[in-house]
Design a binder for this molecule. Structure first.
Ligand SMILES: C[S@@+](CC[C@H](N)C(=O)[O-])C[C@H]1O[C@@H](n2cnc3c(N)ncnc32)[C@H](O)[C@@H]1O
Length: 455
């Protein structure tokens, strides 16, 4: 019945064997209690009412806050005070509603509109966002009304990707003919209105997924095209994998997650949102991401590294001082892990392909410095400027760190290589862009960087 190809591999063991497994085997998760282990990631399964009560009484971990105060006031300057205010006020947090193009969503969009939600869209001409991409499957996709825009990577004002070498597809199976049109649609509200999460409905696909809207930016930066081979190296619980599948129909999407519990959660997310005809295009694997570059060298057109990181929002609410202190102690090891994952991704992508690196922390050591170290050691890696492509068009919704604002010059600039295209002022933007939560634009933290493999 289930056709995802699941690749099992123990971390640290020899090359993986590809073994088809029924997705059911991954789904030992208890649907009634939603009893997955608590994740460090914000996009979690729906909490039971008891868990909700607990969440409301969560207190800030003072050790983590002290550490952030010291580090981020230096790195972000005056932006930190307002970011701090947002992070400490959970009632101001916003959630986006990403629609599922494989489900009928007209009833949901009606409710969203009636409640004052609108579609996240860049500040560009509406006409540019509603290019003619009519649904090729009558009655199977969301109807694009005049208030409904698709947010597609192809809609952003950038040069065409001249290096793209998507595999030629069999016209019989061209995704545009088989599936509803690709459209990444995310509804947001100007106030911190919380749309309810959707319960599991046996035999039915979910209509939407709740997430921090900044999570969509790395997917937009990936600019996935139909027929491409994509690797989501750190995939659970699967929010960005779902966003990838909304924005295009890849020939193959490999969702990798080494943690077994989180892999179950990932598989369940995919099962709840993707129709059966797509299952053969999506695989779930369980490798240590650091070894994937050696095992699958140059196999992919695009790789997303949504790396394990400090996760500022979640860490601030660490349970008890001990968990916070332990996390802070282990924090120093994260940049090395992130760098290894990024190296592995660069090996796994073909020459001409791109790697997008992202985190949900403000920490410069896990963001700019990781990218900068990779660039120093990899002449074949070329950073691409996301400032004009994403930050400027989306600045109405997201607050981005302006280049150089309070940035820790010691870590960023001293050992840095010369900017390769001579635009010194935008060098920090070429390393990556950072969404900093601010009052009224509470999305983030999210750092993203796009690196092209040139050789
Ligand atoms: C930020 S989360 C990913 C969130 C996910 N991309 C999404 O959008 O839902 C980072 C993930 O990396 C996983 N991870 C940790 N170490 C890893 C490794 N060595 N290789 C690959 N993934 C790893 C964690 O278990 C975690 O699920």
């Amino acid at each position: 019945m289930y056709q995802f190809r699941v690749v099992w591999k123990k971390v640290g063991s020899e090359a993986p064997k590809l073994r088809p497994e029924p997705l059911r085997r991954l789904l030992s998760y208890d649907r009634h209690t939603d009893s997955f282990p608590v994740s460090e990631f914000s996009e979690r399964p729906k909490a039971s009412s008891r868990q909700v009560t607990k969440r409301h009484i969560r207190v800030v971990c003072q050790e983590v806050l002290d550490c952030f105060d010291q580090q981020y006031s230096q790195e972000l300057g005056s932006l930190w005070a307002s970011a701090r205010a947002v992070l400490l006020d959970r009632s101001s947090w916003q959630y986006g509603v990403m629609l599922n193009r494989f489900s009928t969503v007209s009833d949901v969009t009606q409710i969203l509109h009636s409640q004052g939600f609108s579609t996240l869209q860049p500040q560009t001409e509406v006409s540019a966002l509603t290019r003619d991409h009519p649904s090729k499957v009558a009655g199977s996709g969301p109807k694009a009304g005049k208030d409904s825009f698709s947010l597609s990577p192809a809609d952003f004002p950038v040069q065409p990707d001249g290096n793209s070498q998507a595999p030629a597809e069999d016209p019989q199976t061209r995704p545009s003919l088989l599936f509803p049109r690709s459209s990444l649609q995310c509804y947001i509200h100007p106030q911190p209105v919380r749309f309810p999460s959707q319960p599991h409905r046996p035999g039915q696909l979910k209509q939407y997924y709740l997430l921090n809207a900044a999570s969509l930016l790395p997917v937009l930066a990936l600019r996935v095209g139909d027929g491409e081979r994509i690797l989501d190296l750190c995939s659970a619980p699967g929010g960005k994998a779902l966003a990838i599948m909304q924005s295009a129909t890849p020939a193959h999407l490999c969702c990798n997650e080494p943690d077994p519990h989180r892999r179950q959660w990932l598989a369940r997310t995919l099962e709840s949102f993707l129709p059966h005809p797509l299952h053969s295009r999506v695989a779930v694997s369980g490798q240590d991401g650091r070894s994937v570059g050696n095992l699958q060298t140059e196999k992919y057109d695009k790789v997303l590294v949504d790396a394990p990181c400090s996760n500022d929002r979640s860490w601030l609410y660490s349970r008890g001082g001990q968990q916070g202190v332990k996390r802070l102690q282990e924090r120093a090891r994260l940049p090395e892990l992130q760098l290894q994952l990024l190296r592995s991704a660069l090996s796994a992508v073909r020459p001409g392909g791109v790697v997008v690196y992202s985190t949900c922390t403000l920490s410069s050591a896990e963001n700019y410095s990781v990218v900068e170290t990779l660039l120093k050691e990899s002449p074949e890696a070329e950073p691409e400027d996301l400032w004009e492509e994403l930050a400027l068009p989306l600045s109405k919704h997201f607050a981005f760190n302006p280049a150089g604002a309070g940035h820790d010059a010691q870590t960023l600039h001293k050992p840095s290589p010369q900017p390769r295209h001579g635009r010194v002022s935008s060098y920090q933007h070429r390393l990556g862009i950072l969404v900093v939560p601010q009052p009224g634009r509470t999305w983030g933290p999210m750092f993203l960087s796009r690196i092209r493999r040139t050789g």
